[in-house]
Design a protein around this ligand. Structure first.
Ligand SMILES: [Mn+2]
Length: 322
């Protein structure tokens, strides 16, 4: 697929959906594409399905049109699924994929199984928002579209820092900035600034972190009762794993949070050596080489034991290759 326009020929209704607990890239890509279709294909009935998004993203034009209730059945001519490596990631919105006459998936997860009729998957790309940028006609990218895509690219690259950032990513970032969008404010409001309780829970997670595998791995976890104590929900925990990764000497950071008794969501980040996507996939999850996640059962100690065993295999293999 080179451009999105030919895919929209003879299409009267489009559903756009992204993954559960939508992040900046997911929302940026969905909204960028949504606004583009609204602007350029006014005869198309287009609807975005996403779970509730962080309030700081509400400045993006059109977010008030997002449907977060997946109760109604509807058969769309075309379903466009974004930033989701597998069908389960859509949650209950997967029914719009199943019912649609045709489906397209646009994604950059290496673990993507290619579940749609047309699969545009570029694992090397920084973000789904970057892929969306390439599929649009540059001159038709308005400021609201540029704001959405810029937020998405910036979030998934750690503000143009992670290795997934290519010269092309920077070029696109430059083009979007060139449109005169308030990029400093976008980054401050959606990426850097934390609420007081978000900083408190991050502090707690850092304070209680432990070093494993001779200091090459750092791990921390938050239990449901801690979240209740601070009055936070899971979306308030987003920056913690990256903060853990910023520890000198550490190759892998692991952050766990309890979702029910003896069940944890696991986020992992690595610096240079360990493919955390391989580790996450082994336990039924997925993601990217330097950022991945999965869900695991057992006590915190069981979970950490199982994870570090897989990480150690990779560290030893790397050690032996040296
Ligand atoms: Mn993404």
């Amino acid at each position: 697929m080179n451009k999105i326009a030919p895919e929209l020929e003879n299409v009267r209704s489009v559903a756009i959906a992204g993954h559960m607990r939508p992040d900046g890239d997911c929302v940026g890509a969905c909204m960028g594409l949504y606004l583009y279709i609204k602007d350029n294909f006014p005869h198309i009935d287009v609807q975005v399905y996403l779970e509730k998004i962080p309030v700081s993203y509400n400045f993006i034009k059109g977010t008030e049109d997002i449907c977060s209730d997946f109760g109604a059945d509807k058969e769309y001519d075309l379903f466009i699924g974004l930033d989701s490596g597998d069908r389960q990631r859509y949650g209950d919105a997967v029914k719009y994929l199943d019912a649609a006459k045709r489906s397209i998936c646009i994604d950059h997860h290496i673990s993507n199984s290619g579940y749609a009729d047309v699969n545009h998957i570029v694992p090397g790309a920084s973000s789904t928002s970057e892929l969306i940028y390439e599929l649009l006609d540059e001159e038709k990218i308005t400021n609201p579209i540029a704001e959405a895509l810029y937020m998405g690219i910036a979030h998934d690259t750690g503000v143009f820092q992670y290795t997934c950032t290519s010269p092309r990513t920077m070029e696109i970032g430059g083009k979007l900035i060139g449109k005169g969008i308030p990029f400093t404010k976008i980054l401050d409001d959606t990426y850097y600034k934390k609420t007081y309780v978000q900083n408190q829970i991050t502090g707690r997670a850092l304070m209680e972190s432990i070093l494993l595998l001779h200091g090459t791995c750092i791990a921390s976890g938050i239990r449901m009762k801690d979240m209740e104590f601070y009055g936070v929900d899971t979306s308030d925990l987003d920056g913690i794993v990256s903060q853990l990764r910023n520890t000198k000497g550490v190759e892998v950071a692991i952050f766990l949070y309890e979702i029910k008794a003896q069940e944890f969501k696991v986020s992992m980040r690595s610096n240079e050596i360990v493919d955390v996507q391989e580790v996450a996939s082994y336990f039924g999850g997925g993601g990217h080489v330097r950022a991945a996640g999965c869900t695991m059962q057992g006590s915190i100690y069981d979970v950490l034991n199982n994870l570090t065993r897989r990480i150690e295999i990779q560290l030893k293999a790397w050690e032996n290759k040296k």
